[in-house]
Design a protein around this ligand. Sequence first.
Ligand code: ADP
Length: 580
Amino acid sequence: MSNAPHGGQLKDLLVRDAHLHDQLNEEARSLKDIFLTERQLCDLELIMNGGFSPLEGFMNEADYLSVRDTLRLAKVDGQRQGTLFPMPITLDVSQSSIDALSIAPGARIALRDPRDESALAILTVSDIYSPDKAAEAEAVMGADDPAHPAVTYLRNSTHEFYVGGSVQAIKAPTHYDYVALRYTPAELRAHFQKVAWRKVVAFQTRNPMHRAHRELTVRAARQRRANVLIHPVVGLTKPGDVDHYTRVRAYQALMPGYPEGMAHLALLPLAMRMAGPREALWHAIIRKNFGATHFIVGRDHAGPGKNSQGKDFYGPYDAQELVAQYKDELHIEMVPFQAMTYLPGTDEYQPVDEVAKGTPTADISGTELRKRLRTGAAIPDWFSYTGVVKVLRESYPPRPKQGFTILLTGLHNSGKDTIARALQVTLQQQGQRSVSLLLGEELRHDLSTEIEVHPTPEEKHVNLLRIGFVASELTKAGAAVIAAPTAPYTRSRKAMREQIAGQGGNFFLVHVATPLEWCEKVDRRGLYKRARNGEIKGLTGVDEKYEEPTDADLVCDLREDTVPEIVHSIIMILEAQSLL
Ligand code: ADP
């Protein structure tokens, strides 16, 4: 099996003599800039290091249309047909950028990393064109359906013009995480040569690996008498996936489980499109460029899940079929697998097509696994490995270890602060996590010093956003947060809920609904009196509206309930959610 790069030559644009490198860097200083998006950054890295060989830049219109409609680059002189390439690799820009940067054919533009503003490459513009997004979605993703993450991206995040052109590399984007595990195609090829691996079967993944995946790779290696490259994606994957830090730690925990010298782990900074069959073909080409000779395509490769009608976008083996169609010109051999399933009788994994009818099987779905992580329920040894489960549990602590925020909202003197303090000591007595108390009055001294004692409505809103930010960070870190500002507006409370719950954090709203008359009656500081006299303005309940929440997890009233009773009710809510 040859392991020549796709198109015959590795387009490693990062190899430059120092002099030219300095010249380009110098030139970039005088050019207009494009700050790349996360996806463009991933694409550029793989264009520059040769992962996308034979590409040497972002596609021009001819290549784009040809790739979209025929899965091939445009034909070049003397070629019978264009080189196979199933995925459009395009640089999208807005009309305003085109105007501001004077982007026109022949222009040279510096492509910059938005994180450190460094110049990564110079693009020489060949053309600017406007894509037909509906046609692109239909052709590449198979449907113009917003349930597909790449269609949503195309519709919502992709600008209206594409700029084609070749790039001259200045440097690869700087990474600070797992640097030793990141290889360019040239580096990985050199590694294979060093360890004398002639046959290498690559395994693509965007998920934590469990026993099924290890068995899959070992089977592939055994069948083809090859070594294994575990080549997970650490660029963009499907929204909602396990973050790559957790995944890489899980892969690292798994690797010692392979026989010594059998497998190697390398990370791929790819921005996946979840385009199923086309994606599988693209993945195969990329792995070929990285020096692999074989590539595993299992069940539902790079599948985006269900469409708007609740049906799978692609059939479970569509990806295998498409890759098989291009077998003769691909020059990397696909190793296809049907779904791996566990046979409890013999304690082994087998592809379903090899399992004798009537044999009992077992599986744990992704949803079930997430549930077990959430509740802390056991994850059996037949499913995963102790080291992998430990890593996942650290990133997805069970509920008794998760943080939460309780927002107490209500009028001045409604009893919020008293309840908050009582709840604080109750939780402190319980132990388990650190407790943070964010009282409205105190926060104004620390977090919002510029805000007047009697803030304007906008200041009240901004103040709650700040409290929300702090609460969200603390909740993420596993703390119990009790916040007790007045929080009179629905929009502010909604924003705070979004800040915390939007990131998967636990958030509870307690409305301390003690009536105004009672709050006024027990007003030792005379706040209400001064507001009634007109001495102070904007007191909630007097000349400022308090918008009653309709989404409270608990409504309480100090006239009717005692503080210990209210605290007990809150504790019961936390207990019911398995947080205590
Ligand atoms: P993606 O295909 O989106 O990268 P995964 O990381 O889940 O997502 O899968 C990696 C590879 O492993 C794919 O080729 C997929 O088809 C295959 N695969 C994953 N789980 C199984 C399984 N239980 N049986 C067979 N193949 C599987």
